[in-house]
Design a protein around this ligand. Structure first.
Ligand SMILES: *Cc1c(COP(=O)(O)O)cnc(C)c1O
Length: 377
């Protein structure tokens, strides 16, 4: 199959990112939780590898807030969307706090000590902060049992304004009983905190899996990441999403290996008969994980699934194209996404590599050129 613009397209490995699909997935989030619920688009880690600039520009004005991992990422979002409200999901290092205050990013607060440090940096205009409550994640947050006492202390500080109450779900795609109980406990704690004098604080707890499984417990705002990029952490929702990213490479060499010939490092694969093999311009340095070696990974060429043979190397992989006599050097290969009637979802690559779709996306390397397309949502 000839690539569309073979004479001018010199890419070796690239990702085609469909911003129309991104907006389609945002609409699916809104449809799931209802119009009354706000959306924080989680764009940490370079928008899950999709490129933070184009992603936040495509979502600007369509979401109420952006969520990032740290102050560096927050500043990057602001470079692209000057007035964007930006929430920082993780704790800041002490040296990072001054910039957070100066730029009016919204930090998540896990302790009185953190709150005091921010309050000391705040100017005349109080800094908006959200209190994070640990209801089961065990990573950040005020322990649930101490939430009311800690909130009282923080409320007494000058310089801060508590504008949000948040928590996080550790097993929203694995343990519905725990998650249901956790959401009930969180909302009960929220009711107590609201009674302290926080009637307007925006309440948020649900990631992608949470809002798919428990839309009625969403609170005021949801924090989808993965599903915006078209991958559903709960498979029942996959038909309502459109994959945003198609990862491609090309055939750089075609040869016929004789029977009994090893392919790639370790000689873990040996041909049993003469085999037409295609060398492809992608490797683990691009994020095509070495864990995919010998795990039944496939690529799409000419709309058909072709097995990856032997070990994944840093810059190249080898595919069996014996079934496709017409392939040529330069032909397009899909590593993840759709080609013709076939599709390799992120979840498939993740399962074969023994990891999760989040890591496949965020592992896409720097050599993978990002190319942006607009289809209608
Ligand atoms: C990353 C993250 C999210 C988004 O999670 P997805 O599973 O990608 O939807 C939401 N909340 C917090 C606190 C996060 O760290």
């Amino acid at each position: 199959m000839k690539p569309a613009a073979s004479s001018t397209n010199a890419h070796r490995t690239w990702a085609e990112i469909d911003l129309g699909a991104l907006r389609h997935n945002l609409a699916a989030v809104r449809a799931q939780v209802g119009e009354g619920v706000q959306v924080m688009a989680v764009v940490k880690a370079n928008a899950y590898g999709h490129g933070v600039g184009p992603v936040v520009r495509a979502l600007a004005g369509r979401v109420e807030m952006f969520g990032v991992a740290n102050v560096r990422e927050a500043a990057e979002v602001r470079e692209h969307v000057a007035d964007a409200p930006v929430f920082i999901l993780g704790p800041a290092l002490p040296e990072e706090r001054a910039e957070i205050v100066a730029q009016r990013f919204v930090p998540a607060i896990s302790s009185v000590e953190e709150a005091r440090a921010y309050a000391a940096l705040a100017s005349a205009e109080p800094l908006a902060v959200h209190l994070k409550i640990d209801t089961g994640m065990g990573r950040v947050g005020i322990w649930e049992s101490e939430a009311v006492a800690v909130a009282r202390e923080i409320l007494a500080l000058r310089g801060l304004r508590i504008t949000g109450l948040a928590s996080h779900l550790p097993v929203a795609d694995e343990d519905d009983a725990f998650t249901r109980d956790q959401l009930a406990r969180f909302h009960a704690t929220v009711a107590q905190l609201r009674a302290l004098g926080l009637p307007d604080a925006v309440v948020h707890v649900e990631n992608s899996a949470g809002l798919i499984g428990f839309p009625a417990q969403a609170g005021d705002l949801v924090r989808p990441g993965l599903m915006l990029y078209g991958s559903a952490p709960r498979p029942e929702f996959q038909p309502r999403l459109r994959p945003v990213l198609t990862w491609k490479t090309r055939i750089t060499l075609l040869r016929t290996a004789p029977a009994g010939h090893g392919v790639s490092y370790g000689r873990t694969f040996k041909t049993v008969q003469p085999t037409r093999i295609a060398t492809l311009a992608v490797g683990y340095a691009d994020g095509y994980q070495r864990h995919l070696s010998g795990r039944g990974a496939e690529v799409l060429i000419g709309g058909r699934r072709c097995p990856v043979l032997g070990r994944v190397t840093m810059d190249q992989i080898v595919a069996d194209v014996t079934a496709l006599p017409a392939v040529e050097v330069g032909d397009e290969v899909v590593l993840m996404g759709r080609q013709g009637a076939e599709e390799i979802p992120a979840a498939e690559l993740a399962a074969k590599a023994g990891t999760i779709a989040w890591e496949i996306f965020t592992g896409l390397g720097r050599r993978v050129e990002r190319i942006y397309l607009e289809t209608s949502p």
